[in-house]
Design a protein around this ligand. Structure first.
Ligand code: GTP
Ligand code: MG
Length: 266
C-alpha cells in the first residue's frame, strides 16, 4: 500500500476521459445515495483551495460482489479496458484493477476488487472484503434469483466492514438481453430492495456499454465526496499548512515506506 502511494507521484497525468468536473446524476431518483445536483459546497471549496488533506493520494477501496456469471468481471473490463468477452471465464478468488480519476481537480483512485461468485472460491474472496468504502452488489436483470441473493452478499460484505461507513450500489447487468417489459418488471423489485438496503440502483449492459461509464463516474464522485468530507471533519481546525508540509515532504514519506517494506519482507 505505502509503496503504491509513493509510486503515484511519478505516474503520468490522469487520462482526459477520467476527469470529473460535475457531479454525475443518479440513475433513478427513487433509489439514490443522494439526489443533489452538485457536489457538496464544502467539498468544492476545499478542492478549489487545495485543502483536501492528502491531495493526490486519495484512494477508495471498492468491492464487487454477486452471484457467479452475473457479469462482475465484464462490467469492470468494459470500464477499465473497454473490452467485452462473450465467453465466461470464472474469476478465481479475486482480481484487482486500479482506476485513476481527477475529481474537481484532485487526483483520486478507485481500487476495484473483482471477487468470485462461485461458491468454492467465496472463502478466498471474502478475505479481501475488509476496508471497503464502496460495496457494489451485482445481479443479472434476467435472473430474479440473482437479485434474491443480493441480501446475502451484502450481509457477507458487511461482516468485514463498518456498515455505517460503506456506500452501497445495487447494479443490474445484461440489460441488452431483456425486453422493456421484462426489464421494467424486475426493476420494480430491484428498486424496492435498493431502498430497503439503502443502495443506489443502476442498470447497465457491458455488451453495449450502456450506463457503464456513467455508473463508475457516479461511484468515483460519491466516494470522493465522502472521502473529502471525512478528511475535512478529521482535520477540523488543523492549519492548512499541515497538509502542505506532509505533501512537500514526500522524500521522507518514500523513505518511510521503503523501511516498512523491508521490515515486512525479511
Ligand atoms: N449479453 C450480455 N452478456 C453479458 C453481459 N455481462 C456479462 N455477460 C456474459 O455473462 C457471462 C459471465 O460474465 P462474467 O463477467 O465473467 O461474470 P462474473 O460475475 O464475473 O462471474 P464469476 O467471476 O464466476 O463470479 C459471460 O459469458 C459474459 O460474456 C452483458 O452486459 N450482456
Ligand atoms: Mg468474474
Amino acid at each position: 500500500m505505502s509503496v503504491r502511494i509513493s509510486a503515484m507521484s511519478v505516474l503520468p497525468p490522469v487520462r482526459r476521459d477520467r476527469v470529473i468536473a460535475q457531479l454525475p446524476q443518479c440513475f433513478r431518483k427513487e433509489a439514490a445515495i443522494h439526489t443533489k445536483n452538485d457536489f457538496n459546497n464544502k467539498v468544492k471549496t476545499a478542492c478549489q483551495e487545495q485543502r483536501t488533506g492528502t491531495v493526490g493520494f486519495k484512494i477508495s477501496k471498492v468491492i464487487v460482489v454477486g452471484d457467479l456469471a452475473v457479469g462482475k468481471t465484464c462490467l469492470i473490463n468494459r470500464f477499465c479496458k473497454d473490452t467485452f468477452d462473450k465467453n465466461y471465464k470464472a474469476t478465481i478468488g479475486v482480481d484487482f484493477e486500479m482506476e485513476r480519476f481527477e475529481v474537481l481537480g484532485v487526483p483520486f483512485s478507485l481500487q476495484l476488487w473483482d471477487t468470485a461468485g462461485q461458491e468454492r472460491f467465496k472463502c478466498i474472496a471474502s478475505t479481501y472484503y475488509r476496508g471497503a468504502q464502496v460495496v457494489i452488489i451485482v445481479f443479472d436483470v434476467n435472473d430474479i434469483a440473482s437479485l434474491g441473493h443480493a441480501r446475502q452478499w451484502l450481509e457477507d460484505a458487511l461482516k468485514e466492514n463498518d456498515p455505517t461507513a460503506v456506500q452501497l450500489f445495487l447494479v443490474g447487468t445484461k440489460k441488452d438481453l431483456s425486453s422493456p417489459a421484462q426489464y421494467s418488471q424486475i426493476e420494480q423489485d430491484a428498486l424496492k430492495l435498493a431502498n430497503e438496503i439503502q443502495a443506489e440502483y443502476w442498470a447497465v449492459s457491458s455488451l453495449t456499454g450502456e450506463n457503464v461509464r456513467e455508473f463508475f463516474f457516479r461511484v468515483a464522485s460519491l466516494a470522493f465526496e465522502t472521502n473529502v468530507l471525512a478528511e475535512l471533519e478529521k482535520s477540523g481546525s488543523r492549519q492548512i499548512g499541515d497538509v502542505v508540509r506532509i505533501n512537500s515532504n514526500s522524500n521522507n514519506l518514500y523513505a518511510a515506506s521503503k523501511k516498512k517494506q523491508s521490515n515486512c519482507c525479511h
